[in-house]
Structure formats: C-alpha cells, structure tokens
Design a protein around this ligand. Structure first.
Ligand code: NAD
Length: 484
C-alpha cells in the first residue's frame, strides 16, 4: 500500500503542520481510498497566518505593480510547466476525468494568474473636474483578505480569487476546500519556487467549522471573497455584517437551459448542450439542470437527448474514454442519490440513469452515478427548486416565450442560463428578461475573463472577473483638490 500524503499549511513562506496536530482524512473519489491527511487548522493557525499577511502587507502593497505582475506571471509559468502533474492530482483529489483537469482546470488556473497580472497594469480610476476643484479617485488595496473556495473546480476557483487580490496589492489568507486540498498544497511549493515573499499568500487548510469560521471572524481580515454553497454564504454574510466587512459571495445555482423549436440542432450544439448538463459530473455551478424545451419539439428532443446521455461513459477518471468520473465524496454521492429518490417520490419518470454505477477493478469502491434525466415534474417541486449539483437534470416542456421566461425565473437562484434559438430578436428579448447574472446564447461556458461574473438572488452578491474583481479588492478614496 502506498504511504498516505501528509499535506501542510503554507504560512509566512513555509510549509508547516497545524499547530494542534488535528487532521482530516482526504479520499480519492474514484476508489474511495483514504490517501492523504489534510490539516484541520484552528484559531492558532489562523492567527499566525493573518499576522504573517498583515506583516507582509506594507511591503507588498508598495511593491511596484509591474513587479507584482511579474511574480504572478512567474507562478503561472512554473504551474504551466507542471500542468500534467497538477491535472493528475486534481483528478485524483476530485474524481473528475484527467482529460477535463488537463483541458479546463489547470490551464484556466494558469490563465487566471496571467490575466490578472496583465489586468492590474491596465487598472485605472476616475477623475471628476468641477467648478473650482478637481476630484480624483484613489484605489488602494485593503490589507489582509480572505479567499475561501469550494471543491468542484479546486485550483481554478482558488486562483480566480487569489490572483486579483494579490495583483491589487493585498496579502491573502486562503482556505481551499478540505475535500479537495491537494493542488492548493502543491501550489504553495510553486509559490516558494517562484520566490513570492513570505506572508504575501498564506494557505490554511481545514474544515469550514474549525478553519473557515475562524478566518471569517478574524478582526485582521479586511474583506472576504467566498465561493461555495448558498447556505455557507448566508452564514458568512451573517457573521461579517455586524463588523461591516466587505464580502463577495458566489453561491449556488439551479440554472435553466431554454431550447426553442428553432434552435440549430447540429452536432456541435448537441455536444455543448449535453456538456452543459453533465460536465464535471454536473458539479459546475454553471451547469444547466432544468432543461426547458418548446412543446412542439419536446418528444423529438427528448428521444435524441436521452440517446446521447445514455452514450456517455462513466468510468475511471484516468481512462481517456471516460466522459464522467466520480462524484467528489461519499456524502455528496449520498446527497445526489437522495435527490434521485426524491424525484421518484415526487412522481418523476427516470428516462435514463437513476442509479449508482459500479466500475470494475481499481475503481470498485468509487462514488459513481449514471447521468440521469427526469421528466414529469412541475416547476415548484423540490427536484426543480433545490440545487442537486450532480449528474441529474429534468426536462420540462413549455408553450411560448412568456411561459419559458416565467419557468426559468421560478427559482430562488439566478446564476447562469443558456438560450438556444436562431431567432435573433427573441434571443435578445429573452436574455434581457432572465433573472440571471450570466446568459449564454447558443453556447455555454464561453468565458472572457474581462466580463462580470456572478449571480443574482440567492446565487450571489457582487461580481468577480476583470476590473470588477480589482475594484472589489481595492477601496476607492475620493481626493478633492481645491483650485481656487
Ligand atoms: P461549501 O459552502 O460547503 O464550502 C465552500 C468553502 O467554504 C469550503 O472551503 C468550506 O470549508 C468553507 N466553509 C464551510 N463553512 C464555512 C463557514 N461557516 N465559514 C467559512 N467557511 C466555510 O460549498 P462546497 O460544497 O464546497 O461547494 C459547492 C457549492 O459551491 C455549490 O453550491 C455550488 O453551486 C457552489 N459554487 C458556486 C460557484 C459560483 O461561482 N457561484 C462556483 C463553484 C461552486
């Protein structure tokens, strides 16, 4: 049996164990094996990390922008050189196919670092001339900030937060998900190799209860950037409100996919639509989980969609032939299977999937679920209201544009939507009426990192991406100069 990995925190430039020797088990989802131990850091570790970040702030914030950008680019370069190793690690830790980690997660982590290294050099602020005076806005970094990220796109979302925070001149205490800590731990070594000054980035591992809550409650933390569930986002919002700490919250979704009768049903579009439902085993906050289909094409669409979903292969994430890997944990597997049972109780018809998948060999103990398509459920039922975050979608027919907009908007969430139609004016009309932070028309997950990213309603507050992220991680200060 291979030896278990012992992960470590990255505090003040060094890899260190948790002060109180508390550890969490880390599992490989594809096999169910306990393969690593992750620090379950507590208040003592958080205090040390925040102190290190606070000490590093004056020097880092005064470091010329071009030099900060060089550090980010150097980290990106070293990460890219180890892309294959990181892709395998991300797959092992999260259960996603290696092919997906290689094509999406790690390249995107590299792009996040490069993007903000460049964006910060283009960051500017406004001036307002008035009679007898001129105002200008200074955008100053905040200090030590917290970045808290989830398990579904571990390094991708981790870097999406720390890159703008560091680029803008803040120092960071980051807490990756305790379920997928591996690549953040490896990333610490990349930062050491890149010569990032001690304390500029600190990575503290641990559970939400022991580590996350302590971080959020720490008086030295000047802002919090969080991505995760709506429930945790609400807890963080409640915890920081009395201290008026700035928080950006990116949370859950129950995204609609709107398919009009005139959509162009070619191979590329079909492939994208299927991917939008099942990519990363449906564990992407942007996946479409409610597929709304115009009634006149419903029967034909259903037959073709189900056929394509049945053809998806669930298997060992290392196997290039696997379209879907394992769900991230036993707990999440149980949750998703519970939702499928609930859909049955609610009267839904399972058109395909609906069961766990037993993969032979190395992966016999893994947490695999067949991609599942359900129909026959009304918009108000729990299956169509609650985020499942797995390979489970529902099909719902609609009659006209007003009806589909009402159906699409009929949840508490509002993160992303995709609209499939060749009718140009309708595409614009519907996009404008959807209660959603992001609308894709005839595509999905096409990402320009300059665009505002985030949700409305219970999907989030604030926007990430481009200059929005740099604005979040800086405080505007108006300076008024009297000219008289
Ligand atoms: P989660 O809320 O359980 O955990 C997210 C992070 O918060 C983890 O690091 C966790 O340890 C930490 N945490 C938990 N409780 C905490 C607390 N009380 N205080 C501080 N930190 C705490 O979410 P998850 O299960 O890891 O991720 C899945 C969720 O993330 C889904 O709801 C998904 O939609 C959402 N998500 C949203 C986006 C987006 O951009 N909107 C992107 C990816 C995932």
């Amino acid at each position: 049996m291979s030896e278990r990995l012992k992960l470590a925190n990255y505090i003040d430039g060094r890899l260190t164990p948790p002060q109180h020797d508390h550890w969490l088990d880390v599992f490989e989802p594809a096999t169910g094996a306990h393969y690593a131990d992750c620090p379950d850091s507590d208040g003592a570790d958080i205090d040390t990390a925040v102190a290190a970040a606070t000490r590093a702030f004056p020097h880092w914030s005064a470091t010329p922008v071009a030099q900060r950008a060089r550090f980010l680019n150097r980290i990106a370069e070293l990460l890219e050189a180890r892309l294959e190793e990181f892709a395998h690690a991300e797959s092992r830790d999260s259960g996603k196919p290696v092919a997906l980690a290689r094509s999406l997660d790690i390249p995107r982590a590299v792009s996040n670092l490069r993007f903000f290294a460049t964006a910060v050099t283009q960051f500017a602020s406004e001036a307002h001339a008035m009679d007898g005076a001129i105002n200008y806005t200074l955008r100053q970094p905040l200090g030590a900030v917290a970045c808290i990220s989830p398990w579904n796109l571990p390094l991708y979302l981790f870097t999406w937060k720390i890159a703008p925070a560091l680029a803008a001149g803040n120092t960071v205490v980051a807490k990756p998900s305790e379920i997928t800590p591996l690549t953040a731990w490896m990333f610490a070594q990349v930062c050491i190799d890149a010569g990032l000054p001690p304390g500029v980035l600190n990575i503290v591992h641990g559970s939400g209860a022991a580590t996350g809550q302590r971080l959020v409650a720490h008086p030295g933390i000047k802002a919090i950037s969080f991505t995760g569930s709506t429930r945790t986002g609400a807890a963080i919002a409640a915890a920081v409100a009395p201290r008026f700490v700035k928080a950006s919250l990116e949370m859950g979704g129950k995204n609609p996919t709107l398919v009009f009768a005139d959509w162009e049903a070619n191979e590329t579009n079909w492939a994208t639509l299927v991917r939008s439902a099942f990519s990363n085993q449906g564990q992407i906050c942007l996946c479409g989980s409610r597929i709304l289909v115009e009634r006149s094409i419903y029967a034909k669409f259903k037959a073709e969609f189900v056929e394509k979903v049945r053809a998806l292969r669930v298997g060992d994430p290392r196997d290039p032939a696997s379209d879907l890997g394992a769900l991230v944990s036993q707990a999440h597997f149980d949750k998703v299977m519970g939702h499928i049972a609930l859909a049955r109780e609610e009267g839904g018809t399972i058109l395909c999937g609906g069961d766990a998948v037993r993969v032979q060999g190395r992966c016999a103990g893994g947490w695999f679920v067949a991609p599942t398509v359900i129909e026959g459920l009304g918009p108000a039922c729990r299956t169509n209201q609650e985020e499942i975050f797995g390979p489970v979608v529902t099909l719902i027919p609609f009659g006209n544009e007003d009806e589909v907009v009402a159906l699409a908007n009929a949840t508490n969430y509002g993160l992303a939507a995709s609209v499939w139609t060749t009718h140009l004016a309708r595409a614009h009309r519907v996009a404008a009426r959807l209660e959603s932070g992001i609308v894709w028309v005839n595509c999905w997950l096409k990402r320009d990192l300059r665009t505002p990213f985030g949700g409305v309603k219970q999907s989030g507050i604030g926007r990430e991406g481009g200059l929005d992220a740099l604005r979040f991680f800086t405080e505007p200060k108006n300076v008024c100069i009297n000219l008289e």
